[in-house]
Design a protein around this ligand. Sequence first.
Ligand code: PFF
Length: 448
Amino acid sequence: MSTARFSRFGFILAAVGSAVGLGNIWKFPYVTGEYGGGAFVLVYLLTALFIGVFILIAELLIGKLGQSDAVSMFENLAVKKKNIWKYAGFIAIVPLIILSYYSVVIGWIFHYIAISFQSLPSTVEESKNIFMSLLTSDLQTQLMYHTVVFVLVTSIILKGIKDGIEKINKILMPLLALILTILFVYSISVDSFSKAASFMFNADFTKLSSEAVIVAIGQAFYTLSLGMGIIITYAASLPKKVNIVKSSLLIAVIDTLVALVAGLIIFTLLFDKGAESTKGAGLVFISLPSVFYEFGSIGSTLAILFFVAIAFAGITSAISMLEPMVSYFVNRFNYSRVKAALICSIFFYVLGIAALLSNITDYSPMLMVGDKNLFDWLDFVSSTILVPLGGILVVVFVGHFMDKEKINAELIPLLGTAFTKIWFFMVRYIIPMALIIVILNETGLFKF
Ligand code: PFF
């Protein structure tokens, strides 16, 4: 790699920074609401902690043994040379596609930080109008914030692993932890906390549809940033002496904890004001702002803290989405980091503009394909098809096409022989099957 390595702590922070993002604070609570609470949370927890940790170990192994960019690592680590695995590394393009619309959503969050400083909507109706007019007619504001995100993440990624990625995570992640702790402590003091806790942790399995199980698996995947070459790329800059099993566990546990804490905070606030839990994607942008208003004088402080927390979480994830392709261009074509970063950033920036235009009423007819606009297509194709597909490639590659002896030499000292065998079994057979089911179900090709 062309830039200095992570420190051990820096690596964990950066990986957690990538994992903890809009998926934890924005998406997890609303899908939990939609799919009925406790039982959904349980399936999500089991998937994140079992399937998630198994794949994290696989990705860290590729990075540790491969020591290069994502594309080259697949090519170099395959046992058979002249292989088609060199194409698998192009899963590293997927995060750039995700980043196009993810950056637009971070832009909305910036806008909501500004609103929280000015005045919050006093009713859900007003809140809905604000959000819908931002989304469907306010091109200027969205473009401005999308550009701010573009400049911000590009300038950080330019500085490389140590001075860019590690440094920003060392600043933003502790701040994020602090803000979430403050909000969490506050929500414990609110009466409806116990109601929120029982909503999230009382598992009523009669509410658990097979669709909910599939969504929970998909969510666990997305939230851990798996199957996109990100963790693989970060792991290539791991310091030599890192226990990859412990690191994987730590990353999954912290990411899961953040999702749970965010869920508890949001549901406590919503329930306290009698708002509903099932508000879909608008939960954070429509229901919450008017709930914050109802909290009176402390409401705008809560709102600012909350939106700043999501912004921090989003930025550290956004940066991680750029790194895989940047390191590919630097490694393979000897591009300067500046050139590589600009190519990748301009790609996501332009695609992001098209995505945000597709929500604007005047342009949306041009950017509709079938029943979805470009924004929704980008989200759907990347997070429901490409991410699980990338996951399958990773586990099939590690399970069947990498040198088993090398993997054993890494894992047996950490896991023991029996657990290493279980890990291999999961990675070879169970996880690919689970992921195929997720893709079939989410694309509607086969409903379970
Ligand atoms: N894990 C991030 C989240 O939960 O928001 C999402 C994410 C990060 C998706 C990085 C894709 C990615 F490349």
